[in-house]
Design a protein around this ligand. Structure first.
Ligand SMILES: Cc1ncc(C[n+]2csc(CCOP(=O)(O)OP(=O)(O)O)c2C)c(N)n1
Ligand code: SF4
Ligand SMILES: [Mg+2]
Length: 281
């Protein structure tokens, strides 16, 4: 899409010029998706497509698709994909890593996939410091199967399996799994962003880019959690779900870089996690 925009860069009156401000990255296929209106998965797909393109990675990438609403990611991103059983993306990616050391290996998982059925796989891939870039879309619910409670569901949140709201005494507390993983010395980079607004989307893109560069530079495991929305599962309109995301969700899951052991930069928020030295330091 091209737009004629007035401003300092505008041509002299009478002259015509167009400034490209939006173009679909080729790696994002030109087709509609199955996602519900307002769903955040599409935003994350777009950011991934942009970052992979900017880093010249599409031809070198082998991605692993999850079970969950993003199960059809392979239909939307024009890169090589392997489909993993529910929760097993990090294990499948480990296998790919071992037989294709030169490949760029990417996983994409939801919170039910990564933080529930796949807890063991993600913890041990991170502990081994697998050279994998993990994209973790946390919408606080099992979207695909009808909105059941996930480990990430907020306290008090109503879901189809917690109809009176999540009660800590009965159902435990939400897991900040990215902070848990960040404690492991094999994790080179861990960060949390959100799709809640334009500024946050830009920051999330920078996090995804950094997580990809970590792998390109030979670093260990890198994970970016994207706080996302599920308007259908949350019983909200898309607009309400974005407000909810910006409010209680971001409050429960602080945004920022949790650890970057590949850079001089220190964590931008301190949640009391110990900060072990980089194994190679
Ligand atoms: C072994 C196995 N157990 C359970 C399921 C059912 N199942 C499919 S997707 C899903 C939850 C997905 O939730 P999440 O990973 O958060 O993705 P979302 O749909 O929210 O993006 C479950 C439990 C399954 N497909 N396979
Ligand atoms: S159920 Fe939720 S996560 Fe799944 S496509 Fe719809 S809005 Fe997105
Ligand atoms: Mg989910």
């Amino acid at each position: 899409m091209t737009l004629h925009t007035p401003g300092p860069e505008s041509p002299a009156p009478g002259a015509s010029a167009a400034r490209l401000i939006y173009a679909r990255p080729e790696v994002l296929r030109d087709r509609s998706t199955h996602y519900c209106p307002g769903c955040g998965h599409g935003v994350v797909h777009r950011l991934l497509a942009e970052v992979l393109t900017e880093l010249d990675l599409p031809a070198h990438t082998i991605a692993v698709a999850p079970v969950g609403c993003a199960v059809f990611a392979y239909d939307y991103l024009d890169i090589d994909f392997v489909e993993a059983p529910h929760g097993r993306a990090p294990a499948v990616a480990t296998g790919i890593r071992r037989v294709r050391p030169e490949a760029f290996v990417l996983t994409y998982q939801g919170d039910g996939d990564l933080a529930a059925i796949g807890t063991a796989e993600i913890v041990h891939a991170a502990a081994r410091g697998e050279r994998i870039t993990a994209i973790f879309v946390n919408n606080g619910i099992y979207g695909m199967t009808g909105g059941q409670m996930a480990p990430t569901t907020l306290l008090g949140q109503k879901t189809t399996s917690s109809p009176f709201g999540r009660d800590a005494a009965l159902m435990g507390y939400p897991i900040r799994i990215t902070e848990m993983l960040a404690q492991l010395p094999g994790v080179t980079y861990a960060a949390r962003g959100t799709i809640a607004d334009v500024g946050s989307i830009g920051k999330l893109k920078a996090m995804i880019k950094r997580a990809c560069q970590v792998q390109m530079e030979g670093g260990g495991f890198a994970i970016v959690e994207a706080l996302s929305n599920c308007p259908v599962g949350w019983g909200m309109t898309p607009q309400q779900s974005i407000e909810h995301l910006k409010g209680p969700v971001v409050e429960a899951y602080p945004l920022g870089v949790i650890v970057d052991r590949g850079a001089v930069a220190q964590p931008t928020h301190d949640l009391g996690c110990p900060s072990p030295a980089h194994p190679e330091a």
